[in-house]
Design a protein around this ligand. Structure first.
Ligand code: ATP
Length: 468
């Protein structure tokens, strides 16, 4: 297993080498902290999103989906509180003039519990007291902290006036709240029920970094679950269990590296009375960090804050009427909010393994759960210049591809092909050899154990299906 500090470097390098994640606009020298998902990354991301949608929407009867616009009426963001309070503490280094996020620097030094809820005016003194140096020049000479609003502004239409100013949404959640009434009126939903959405969000982060962990453009997978106010404690607990299930059972993340952390009172957002973060122990290896737990998902009790704010700002009645009792009320909301890119980073780190083999060489293998692996089955002819082998292998490949995400590979020797498939995390490789032509069987090689088994072509699909 790679040492903590270089694990991150190894994952980033494998991602580039094997087509998972590339630096954004690289041929032009890049654009800071932007990343593009390559063929295997795009596939993995799609599988994570599909698994999420299946777990939280398709497999349930109390959930519906939504795909709202990124650009919304700016009043939305006044109502939600983002215009006034969606900001982070910005702190300047007086020596080298670089800008940093004060609370995060402190968090790396003394931990998130001791930093949580720190007031803006206390940050400067705390950084000096804890002797936190500037990450760029190493000096300790901080200016006072200022608030910095994280919303990206742009203009809609051809005239650049303040009336045309719009924001790129900083979260997908508000698209759900503004459509609450539409969904009540058009679908057969009854409280308790939830609305799910996957989509891009944008935040002008002061210090993006740690690969795809913190970027300015990212994807969220969010749910707003509407319930009767007196049931929300149980609903919250239910969503806690469902979230844990998603990470451990659906994605196969190791539980040792996951934790639920409750926000203390000072840390709570303006809209929340209870929040838990699902955190993963990332191998960021920051300078003298005391811990590297990073948030994957927030789970918040938002009460009726959003619906009542939207009622106030839009002048529309957003109340729900109970069909049995005729009681009219604003439901309360439990919000599980997942970061898609952070989940993907977690999947990549958690799957990465280096295994020492008997001949002392090291095999790099991505141990993805087969159900989410970008490629599930690779098919090889033993030799690429033997027509009978290639023809037979092509036949098998064509058929296998109908049921599994599959890849054809006929270049180099089989050993090298196995190594490449190990690095992209393909759980099964099928080799068609000369015996196949005689006995209608192929060799199936298991990524994790490296064991090889002969399987009849007629039984291949069933054999693989049972393993996925
Ligand atoms: P952080 O404290 O790390 O800035 P947050 O508490 O502001 O995160 P939320 O507003 O709760 O995050 O957003 C929900 C989820 O969206 C987070 O759990 C995270 O997975 C994801 N997310 C938030 N900001 C970013 C970002 N800049 N880059 C990638 N993912 C993000």
């Amino acid at each position: 297993m790679a040492e903590k500090n270089d694990l991150m470097e190894k994952v980033v390098s494998l991602c580039k080498r094997r087509g998972f994640v590339f630096p954004g606009s690289e041929i032009y020298g890049g654009l800071a902290n932007t990343w593009d998902y390559g063929p295997y990354g795009a596939e993995l991301k799609k599988n994570v999103k599909n698994a999420w949608w299946k777990h939280f929407v398709d497999d349930r009867d109390d959930m519906v989906g939504l795909d709202a616009a990124i650009l919304m009426n700016p009043k939305t963001w006044e109502a939600s509180g983002h215009v006034n309070s969606f900001s982070d503490p910005l702190i300047d280094c007086k020596k080298c003039k670089t800008r940093h996020r004060g609370d995060k620097l402190l968090e790396e030094k003394i931990g998130v519990e001791k930093t949580a809820g720190i007031e803006l005016k206390e940050i400067h003194n705390a950084l000096e007291k804890e002797q936190v140096p500037c990450p760029d020049c190493g000096k300790i000479d901080w200016a006072e902290a200022k608030t910095f609003n994280l919303m990206f502004k742009t203009h809609q239409g051809v005239v650049e006036e303040s009336t045309t100013e719009v924001y790129l949404r900083p979260e997908t959640a508000q698209g759900i709240f503004v459509n609450f009434k539409n969904i009540l009126d058009s679908c057969r939903v009854k409280v308790p029920f939830g609305i799910a959405q996957i989509g891009k969000a944008f935040r002008n982060e002061i210090t993006p970094g740690n690969f795809i962990f913190r970027t300015r453009e990212f994807e969220q997978m969010e749910i707003e679950y509407f319930c009767k106010p007196d049931t929300k404690k149980e609903v919250f607990e239910e969503w806690k269990d469902l979230s844990k299930q998603f990470f451990t059972e659906v994605l196969g993340i190791k539980t040792d590296n996951l934790r639920f952390r409750e926000h203390d009172e000072k840390e709570l957002s303006h809209y929340s009375s209870m929040t838990f973060d699902v955190e993963y122990r990332f191998p960021f290896g920051k300078r003298d960090a005391v811990e590297t737990w990073g948030e994957l998902q927030g789970l918040a009790d938002r009460g009726d804050f959003d619906l009542s704010q939207h009622e106030k700002f839009s002048g529309k009645d957003l109340k729900y009427q109970d069909p049995h009792t005729n009681e009219r009320y604003l439901p309360h909301v439990i919000e599980p909010s997942f970061g898609c890119d952070r989940t993907l980073l977690t999947v990549l780190i958690d799957a990465f393994d280096e295994e020492k083999l008997e001949d002392d060489s090291v095999r790099t293998v991505m141990r993805f759960k087969p159900s989410i692996a970008p490629i599930q089955v690779a098919v090889f002819p033993l030799l690429k210049n033997k027509e009978e082998l290639v023809g037979k292998a092509r036949e098998i490949y064509k058929d296998i591809k109908k049921s599994f995400r599959s890849e054809w590979d006929d270049s180099g020797n089989v050993g090298k092909r196995y190594r490449r498939q190990d690095e992209i995390g393909t759980p099964y490789c099928i080799t068609v050899d000369f015996d196949t032509l005689e006995d209608e069987s192929v060799t199936v090689r298991d990524r994790d154990s490296m064991e090889q088994e002969r399987v009849k072509i007629g039984e291949l699909k069933e054999y693989l299906m049972a393993k996925m």
